[in-house]
Design a protein around this ligand. Structure first.
Ligand SMILES: NC(=O)C1=CN([C@@H]2O[C@H](COP(=O)(O)OP(=O)(O)OC[C@H]3O[C@@H](n4cnc5c(N)ncnc54)[C@H](OP(=O)(O)O)[C@@H]3O)[C@@H](O)[C@H]2O)[C@@H](O)CC1
Ligand SMILES: Nc1ncnc2c1ncn2[C@@H]1O[C@H](COP(=O)(O)OP(=O)(O)O)[C@@H](O)[C@H]1O
Ligand SMILES: [K+]
Length: 496
């Protein structure tokens, strides 16, 4: 099985580099390897002898660029080197490699990009620490206006490697070569859209060095959770595959629950029941077949239904209404200590009241699935959770605060666990932005938890499967399609 792919923030990457250097490999060797990998990528992008302009910044990212420039020059390319700052001002390993450049340098604002068949952007990488202004800003503007392909070293300059934010302005690259491990900024938006194709070069940082970084953020991919997905044994019966209960909204708001219920059944829950307010029983009954239906009158009704111990996973929130009654439903669900998914109105009903849920889900696996708007409402008054510029950090803090897995949805959905693990999803499609899509996601999560997947694995697997299904369908996707697309994705994962 492939190992899960670890993503390292620039700070964690520095720890990994330090670990390699402690084991005896000089930092300059890492830089030589990094620059050589950039030169290799450049050769794949242009024909022999092409004109290449390398723009190098004042730090070690610039050092990588100078190594690439030196190599490419030796290999017969017509290379010019533009520096942001003075050649004598380089420090550390970059100062060592700068001595090896055998030709003239120009200032970045003097570098002529017009004849270049390739621009190599080595202005800033993991050390970007503030908004870009002045000469650096003008240089990036000119790179983006040049119209030719750009190869970015480590990160497109201007993209924050930890958060994916644009620090004032950023290079639009056709390709990015990064080192040892991708960074969260390669996946988080808007960073992802600036990178082009991202490749990871092996520069001599081993897996023990990566572990030494302390990083706990992963790409959300099957390697992270595939082994946890159950396959029914020859003698297993439906209740072993779990029983999901989905709370339905009132008579005119029942579709969300049915979408979640259908998804829970398709992902493999043995039994799924919709708990319906009495006035909505007719409309639910008219549209349910394999899914069971129970009358459920508010929090007391839910409490009564949960006397059945076989109900082991609940979905509470979609289309329930933003009310005190919904808050009471959440309280009943939490007290029942069942696996729980909370979405939509269950979260918005606690607008500014997150403190009522503080550590509220310690006693049973729980997943919350807010989009940005729901997240901001729920944690109103909690700047410690809302303010970090990294989406990963926001999700992590929310998860720790509630003792629940937080799925912070969007085009770059982040899944975070209270223990600090996090995953960034990247296989989605904008076609998932369709009414009811989030309800389907809730159902998939609950269906996997009902089958005993731990909450983090269930949430991460569900986000990936949901996105994979949506991407496979593409244009014209509506939420009703999503549950019906699950079997093919599941069969691809399980090989059956
Ligand atoms: N051994 C290793 O560690 C290896 C590292 N490797 C490479 O090192 C890169 C990281 O290097 P790095 O830490 O030197 O940071 P880097 O991205 O060059 O920028 C720092 C410089 O930029 C400046 N600066 C920052 N923001 C600015 C702004 N907005 N506007 C203007 N200036 C700004 C900052 O100035 P200061 O803040 O100090 O004033 C400083 O001078 C990494 O991406 C990878 O490519 C590889 O070779 C593998 C081995
Ligand atoms: N541009 C996009 N790329 C990938 N996934 C997306 C995109 N837009 C929305 N999604 C996904 O679609 C789902 C929408 O859920 P949500 O916002 O709750 O919608 P609804 O309330 O209509 O169900 C989420 O899983 C989200 O991650
Ligand atoms: K760069």
């Amino acid at each position: 099985m492939n190992a899960p792919e670890l993503l390292l923030t620039p700070r964690e990457m520095r720890k990994a580099d330090a670990s390699v250097i402690r084991s005896g490999t000089p930092g300059v060797t890492l830089m030589q390897n990094a620059g050589a990998a950039v030169a290799d990528a450049a050769r794949e992008m242009v024909s022999p002898g092409a004109r290449i302009v390398v723009l190098a910044g004042p730090g070690q990212n610039g050092g990588d660029g100078i190594v690439a420039a030196t190599r490419l020059r030796e290999q017969g390319y017509r290379v010019s080197l533009g520096l942001l700052g003075k050649r004598e001002a380089f420090s550390g390993d970059a100062a060592l490699v700068a001595r090896e450049w055998p030709s003239d340098v120009v200032a970045v604002d003097g570098a002529n990009l017009a004849p270049a068949e390739l621009v190599i952007d080595a202005l800033f990488g993991g050390g970007l620490s503030r908004e870009i202004e002045g000469a650096a800003r003008a240089a990036i503007d000119r790179i983006n206006m040049s119209g030719g392909p750009v190869l970015a070293v480590d990160l497109p300059s201007g993209i924050d490697g930890e958060t994916g934010a644009v620090r004032g302005i950023a290079v639009r690259a056709a390709r990015t070569v990064t080192f040892a491990a991708r960074k969260p900024g390669h996946y988080l938006l808007p960073g992802r859209t600036f990178c082009g194709d991202v490749t990871v070069a092996d520069i001599g940082v081993g897996s023990s060095d990566l572990q030494a970084s302390g990083g706990r953020t992963y790409v959300n991919a099957p390697a992270l959770w595939r082994e946890a997905i159950p396959r029914p044994g020859p003698s297993s019966h439906k209740y072993e595959r779990g029983h999901v209960l989905v709370a339905s909204g009132g008579a005119t708001r029942t579709g969300a629950a049915r979408l979640a219920a259908r998804a829970a059944l398709r992902i493999g829950a043995g039994v799924v029941t919709v708990a319906s307010p009495p006035e909505a029983l007719g409309v639910n009954a008219a549209q349910l077949t394999a899914i069971m239906l129970r009358g459920c009158d508010g929090p007391e009704g839910l409490h009564a239904i949960l006397a059945d111990e076989r109900l082991n996973a609940l979905v509470v929130g979609p289309a329930l209404g933003v009310t005190a009654v919904t808050r009471a439903m959440v309280a009943v669900a939490a007290q029942a200590r069942r696996r729980l998914v909370l979405d939509a109105d269950a979260l918005t009903s606690f607008e500014g009241l997150a403190s009522e849920l503080h550590q509220g889900f310690r006693s049973a696996p729980t997943v919350i699935t807010p989009h940005d708007g729901e997240f901001t409402r729920l944690f109103k008054g909690h700047p410690d959770i809302l303010d970090p510029s990294s989406k990963v950090e926001r999700a992590r803090r929310a998860a720790a605060y509630l003792s629940a897995v937080a799925v912070l949805k969007g085009a770059d959905t982040v899944i975070a666990a209270p223990d600090g693990r996090a995953a960034i999803n990247a296989n989605g499609t904008p076609y998932l932005g369709t009414a009811g899509s989030g309800d389907v996601l809730c159902g998939i999560i609950a269906g996997l938890m009902a089958q005993h997947l731990p909450a983090f694995e269930a949430a991460a697997a569900a986000v990936w499967i949901h996105a994979e299904a949506g991407a496979a369908f593409g244009a014209g996707l509506i939420s009703e399609d999503l549950p019906e697309l699950i079997p093919e994705v599941l069969q691809g994962l399980l090989g059956a």
